[in-house]
Design a protein around this ligand. Structure first.
Ligand code: AMP
Length: 502
């Protein structure tokens, strides 16, 4: 089997890999390393969880090590664009980890935090800059950053970037880059608009793919249960009473929907936390840490909040609401298919969502088996459900809700499923953090990529450290099997058997 040592990677990079316990490349790494090390452009289809970050970070570090030179003032040699803060932080941390025996600097910039600290970090130039598009544009407009000396561009999660409305910022950014550069492009899915973008930005790219949409879905055991809106909470409560469901990610379309589900679970004594863009950073970190260490087995999330979060061994994904974008469905259920863990996906579908279900089945080219209500479950009548919903409506607004925002209202009029798009303009994530303003002024805006860093309990955010060179050992969450998604393990689990029988 191919080993990292077979690729001729720079010694300091190999050493870091060895210390992380990574010997065998994941499939995406095995395909991407050689061409990327040679300076070829790359178009990769891979989801989070496949080891895609190392697939670009390792060859980049190798190339920088082959050709060390000082970054220009206010410039960077490598620019990595990420749609969200969480992902940006994780990427910067990966560069720090894999580059810990090299002396390259890396910095991460995103909106919602004070810009002056980021300007300071960039003043003398950095080797690697990881950025969300809106804040990057702000820094350029303030002349705190120039892209004229970028040698390598990485566009990560391109599909998500477009979904979040970053297309205009992206186009402006790419125009400012030198024509002579290496470009590495990654996307979990490759719909037509993304393929078009790749065509435009890449030169004779090598194509690498590990998770085509259809095959991901094929590998997860799935079931759809038809339930009217008012029955969904009771159904979820019933299913989650089964302790065999060890670690479950529940997806809702909206942030308030997520909060409502958590309250509904708590009412019946099931401990759960929500993670979404209206939560403060400490709240998110706490929720994620509890989910990771198993003290809280139910995490309720919106699509965006869950992206890029690297949690092992999610036993179940429950789609409380079906997403209206088929690719989101694939992302969601892919959360159970990590590191070779067995995963089961259960979707609740009401009458309005049947159209979404059809779209999903068309995209994944498979029919999702229809499941019955679990034994012992008596769905509430529509009348009972309507009364419960009214009682819920009368509740005072939860703390931390944005002023002027009502329950269920999406900021910026964004379409459901994406937690709200920017209400026009360039879709930049920087509005939450006024330039020079106080850190984390304004509430994080989900869907703009400007949510506070998850941090994942990993200490200060890279932008707070300025330079992320300092190695933080023992922080990799996983010691093996990063290529779980690509492993293609079949799942033939009779998950309905796990339903409560009482
Ligand atoms: P990513 O898809 O980049 O988010 O990576 C998912 C996880 O896989 C991360 O926790 C990585 O540290 C881990 N990982 C990356 N490459 C490898 C590898 N070759 N062997 C084992 N784990 C890996």
């Amino acid at each position: 089997m191919t080993q990292f040592t077979d690729f001729g990677l720079a010694q300091p990079v190999l050493r870091a890999l060895d210390e992380a316990g990574y010997k065998t490349p994941t499939p995406i790494q095995a395909q991407a390393l050689r061409p990327a090390m040679e300076g070829r452009d790359l178009c990769g289809i891979a989801q989070t969880g496949t080891g895609k970050t190392a697939a670009f970070a390792l060859p980049i570090l190798h190339r920088l090590a082959q050709n060390p030179r000082k970054a220009i003032r206010r410039g960077c040699r490598v620019l990595v664009l990420s749609p969200t803060r969480e992902l940006a932080n994780q990427i910067a941390e990966s560069f720090s980890d894999y580059g810990k025996h090299l002396s390259f600097t890396n910095t991460v910039v995103f909106g919602g935090v004070t810009i002056s600290r980021q300007e300071k970090a960039l003043a003398n130039g950095v080797d690697i800059l990881v950025a969300t598009p809106g804040r990057l544009m702000d820094l350029i407009e303030r002349r705190s950053l120039t892209l004229e000396a970028v040698e390598i561009l990485v566009l990560d999660e391109a599909d998500q970037m477009l979904d979040l409305g970053f297309i205009h910022a992206l186009k402006r950014i790419v125009k400012m880059l030198p024509k002579e550069r290496q470009s590495l492009f990654f996307s979990a899915t490759m719909p037509k608009n993304i393929a078009g973008l790749a065509d435009q930005y890449l030169r004779d790219p090598v194509q690498v793919a590990v998770t085509p949409v259809a095959t991901t879905a094929e590998r997860v055991t799935q079931e759809v249960i038809f339930a009217h809106t008012g029955a969904k909470q009771a159904l979820l409560n019933h299913i989650l009473r089964d302790p065999a469901i060890e670690r479950v990610l529940v997806f809702t379309r909206t942030k308030h929907g997520a909060d409502r589900v958590v309250r509904g679970l708590e009412k019946v004594g099931i401990n759960a936390s929500a993670i979404h863009g209206n939560k403060s950073q400490p709240q998110r970190e706490r929720a994620l840490a509890a989910f990771k260490d198993g003290s809280c087995r139910v995490l309720v999330a919106t699509d965006i909040a869950a992206r890029g979060i690297d949690v092992e061994a999610v036993s179940h994904v429950i789609n409380y609401d079906l997403p209206n974008v088929p690719e989101s469905y694939v992302h969601r259920i892919g959360r159970t298919a990590r590191a070779g863990a067995n995963g089961l996906a259960i979707s609740f579908c009401n009458d309005e969502e049947k159209a979404y279900l059809r779209d999903i089945e068309r995209t994944t080219r498979q029919k999702i088996p229809v499941g019955a209500f679990p034994e012992g479950f008596n769905p509430p009548t529509r009348q009972e459900a309507a009364e419960a919903a009214q009682a819920e409506e009368r509740r005072p607004a939860p703390q931390g809700q944005r002023p002027g925002q009502r329950q269920g209202q999406r900021p910026g009029g964004g379409r459901p499923g994406f937690g709200g798009r920017p209400g026009g303009g360039r879709g930049g994530e920087s509005r939450g953090g006024q330039p020079g303003g106080p850190a984390r002024s304004g509430r994080p805006q989900e869907g703009r990529g400007d949510r506070p860093a998850e941090g994942q309990g990993r200490g200060p955010r890279p932008d707070q450290r300025g330079d992320t060179r300092a190695p933080r050992q023992g922080e990799r969450p996983r010691s093996s099997g990063g290529g779980g998604n690509a492993a293609g393990e079949g799942r033939a689990i009779g998950w309905l058997d796990r339903f409560p029988r009482s």
